[in-house]
Design a protein around this ligand. Structure first.
Ligand SMILES: [Zn+2]
Length: 366
């Protein structure tokens, strides 16, 4: 019981969907009826099912791009350099998503296949990450992680970070931010009288949702996270190597600033601040193991969630007959989400099979 309450509390204060959670809780507390509990429960199911569906959809999208690269390359040119098994991803690379895989799709999935172009034309580091299936990572050579130069190792780890649960959530999260903000506002309008305070809460919530789902904010967060992840791994082996690497990266970024776009310069600004933070700690001999680096904060989400909570709690109109309708809408949304998720899973399995087949053919040709 205590553990259940603890888990519920942790779920409630977690930043994902905080606005919608606040709105649902305010309505539940204000009306304190069984029908309000039904609405809150349907809303809770919606909050749980959406991230799962979005993650699978994004994973399928990333497999598409891997499929096209392999499909459009010269026959037999894309080769497998290495396969990182599921267990190693979980233990050594902190891939938390292993715990989220269940059901019939989980059986033989979850490995990361490292690919390279043997013609040397494709030099990009690109990750096709799949939470519920197999993932793929393109690197520039067939060297293994142990033998590759530190810069290559950094690029590879940086991509692995984009594919990890925490790194992947940054990309996927922009969609939740919009959904949470908009659904919470619509919900508030349906259950509470609109006051000037309510109007201000809605305005702030939408503004925060808009700002935090901007590509530049999301990409800054994703890049700084991936840099920090790679540096932590490299520093674990050798802090000196990590320091030399950061100095080289900083130099590169400063050099590139004279010819990159305004957009890239904005991203670079947060990357530089982040890298400098890591360098500073390493130079002073402090561990970077738990260092969060330079990240955008979550407090604007919590601020708008508090305002929404107060508005709905103080102005909830419990006599409105909309309760049944609200529960139905949430239930329908959940069913739609599950349907979309199943479609994406089917597509994902087909794509994965097609990629494996193309790679298998090139393997036999060697
Ligand atoms: Zn990156």
């Amino acid at each position: 019981m205590v553990r259940l309450i603890g888990a519920l509390l942790r779920f409630a204060i977690e930043p994902a969907f905080i606005e919608l959670k606040a709105a649902l809780l305010a309505y539940l507390l204000a009306s304190a009826t069984w029908s309000a509990a039904a609405v809150a429960f349907a809303g809770f199911l919606f909050i749980v099912s959406v991230p799962n569906a979005v993650a699978i959809f994004e994973g399928t999208k990333s497999l598409w791009s891997i499929y096209w690269i392999v499909h459009n390359s010269e026959k037999n040119s894309i080769r497998t350099a290495d396969v990182i098994p599921n267990e190693v991803l979980a233990t050594e690379y902190g891939y938390l998503h292993r715990a989220f895989r269940f059901g019939p799709f989980a059986k033989n999935a979850g490995n990361m296949t490292i690919l390279y172009d043997s013609t040397g034309r494709l030099m990009d580091y690109q990750c096709g990450f799949n939470m519920f299936g197999n993932s793929y990572l393109f690197i520039a050579s067939d060297l293994s992680m142990k033998t590759m130069p530190v810069l290559q190792k950094y690029l590879m780890l940086h991509e692995i970070a984009h594919g990890s649960m925490l790194g992947g959530v940054i990309w996927v999260g922009a969609k939740w931010v919009i959904l949470s903000g908009v659904v919470a506002c619509v919900f508030g309008l349906a259950v509470a009288r609109l006051s000037w305070f309510g109007g201000a809460s809605i305005a702030l919530t939408l503004l925060v949702a808009f700002v935090f789902s901007r590509k530049v904010v999301v990409e800054s967060a994703a890049e700084t996270f991936a840099d920090g992840y790679a540096l932590t791994h490299i520093a674990r082996e050798s802090p000196e190597l990590a320091m030399a690497l950061i100095r080289k990266l900083l130099e590169r970024i400063v050099d590139s600033n004279s010819f990159t776009s305004q957009y890239d310069r904005l991203i670079n600004k947060s990357r530089v601040a982040n890298l400098a933070g890591y360098l500073n700690r390493l130079e002073r001999g402090i561990s970077v193991e738990k260092f969060a680096g330079h990240r955008p904060t979550n407090w604007p989400h919590y601020a708008s969630a508090c305002l929404l909570f107060l508005w709905i709690y103080l102005n909830a109109d419990i006599h409105r007959p909309a309760t049944g309708l609200l529960a139905t809408v949430f239930a329908l949304l959940v069913i739609l989400t599950i349907f979309a998720r199943n479609q994406a899973v089917r597509k994902m399995l087909t794509l994965d099979m097609a990629i494996q087949k193309m790679l298998g053919e090139s393997h036999h040709a060697i």
